[in-house]
Design a binder for this molecule. Structure first.
Ligand SMILES: [Zn+2]
Ligand SMILES: [Zn+2]
Length: 136
């Protein structure tokens, strides 16, 4: 298939593929995302759950995000790579941590969310939409 998008964890246990392009791509500045990926913010590509397949064991951590939505974050139990984010706020979608998606995929972020929690030194490009909190 020509347009297949593939993602995986560092050890190769978890594999993701999608036959469709992501529906929306966001950078999330919330503290949960920053801590889970150990970075200034996390780029997440959301795909339609019906167009994806996931293989491999995952361990799930459930928490309530800053928005109040229940969120399940799924990671590889072996290498602890954070892979997926499923939130009540995005029903029918699965969020994939963009840094785990293989080339030639390039993230094209259209929205920055939870800018209220953004680190001071991080600047946001002018052409993207910014939301103080989640997308409403
Ligand atoms: Zn792994
Ligand atoms: Zn977040």
């Amino acid at each position: 298939m020509n347009n297949e998008i593939v993602a995986g964890c560092s050890c190769g246990e978890v594999e993701f593929n999608s036959t469709k392009n992501p529906v929306i791509q966001v950078c999330c500045h919330c503290s949960d995302c920053r801590e889970s990926t150990n970075s200034d913010y996390t780029t997440i590509a959301f795909f339609n759950s019906s167009a994806v397949s996931v293989s491999g064991d995952l361990s799930a951590e459930e928490f309530t995000s800053e928005s109040g939505n229940k969120t399940v974050r799924e990671l590889c139990p072996k290498c602890r790579t954070v892979m997926f984010d499923r939130s009540e706020g995005f029903p029918g979608l699965i969020g994939v941590v963009a840094q785990q998606i293989s080339a030639p995929f390039k993230a094209k972020v259209s929205h920055h969310v939870w800018v209220i929690s953004k680190l001071a030194h991080v600047s946001i490009p002018r052409e993207v939409k910014r939301f103080e909190k989640g997308i409403s």
